[in-house]
Design a protein around this ligand. Sequence first.
Ligand code: WQD
Length: 338
Amino acid sequence: MKVLVTGGTGYIGSHTIIDLIENGYEVVCADNGINSDTSSLAAIKKITGVDVPYFHVDLCDLNASETIFIAHPDIIGIIHFAALKSVGESVEKPLLYFRNNLESLINILDLSIKYGTKAFIFSSSCTVYGDVERSPVDENTPWQEAASPYGRTKQIGEQIVTDSLKNTDVKSILLRYFNPAGAHPTALLGESPINPPQNLVPIITETAIGKRSKMTVFGNDYPTRDGSCVRDYIHVCDLARAHTLSLKYILEEKQKQQNEIFNVGIGNGLSVLEVITAFESLTGQKLNYDIGDRRPGDVMSIYSNHNKATEKLGWIPEMDVADIMNTAWAWEMKRTGK
Ligand code: WQD
């Protein structure tokens, strides 16, 4: 069965392609290369032996996007990752985020309906919950005001998916990721954005290896146990498997509803300072960091209740924070040649 992965050269997309191939799916990859390159496809080839067909297209261009389906009219499922995803950048450039993330989504949905795919998996985010009063959050937790334009594109995106597929034969699953981190255990693939990373874990490893002289903890005056923000860090390989299980859930006709929503997080929260301490104790690398101002768009604390994904998809996260730190550090050393 053939699956289109959009944003497939990116961090989560490339790890998901590996999991799909290892579970017997045939994969086609589409990406516009705005924040990743085809080195991830070379890594996928090394790990799986498969040359994944690649379309270098901007999904905001409907005609260009349709060439994928003309070449592969037997695409039965779509996993849609392609989007800009930096919380901080979205605060600075809201219209770039609205145009890119929503126009590309509308085009791929249009083609999904036109070409009769059966399954549409949407890369959503815990940012749809906004600045929640308390955690863990489950899928029925009411949304607060989005804390950033990035979060807003995910809120609107979920509604566009649900409304546009309602009266079609395409079933959808919205996966609300918490904080993806870590790298493939082979150290052949990991987070390698073209633009400088904004996320905590790659900034930690870049600081530890000397690419950055120091890093900043964005605020330690939040009402949390140590004053720094709390997040739910989920290993990218566990997150990848949630996509394969979601696809299976629809294609094996286990999903009765038109649309289902699942949280994908490890189910507990770690503060920024606790993540830093974990990295230092696991790798023996001392980190040079200082405490700075809060970052606009940040929420104080959020972590998941993922019981629904476990009960319905059979998804159980296998990797913990030690696996995240060890694989992220091994990847950083490998890509830096150390
Ligand atoms: C985590 C914490 C920062 C860098 C992520 C993804 C987003 C979405 C939601 C999936 C925050 C702090 C960071 C630094 C720091 N994921 N931090 N110093 O903002 O939770 O968003 O999850 O859709 O795509 O980006 O993740 O890693 O940027 O920040 O103190 O140098 O680390 O303030 O509290 P975030 P993050």
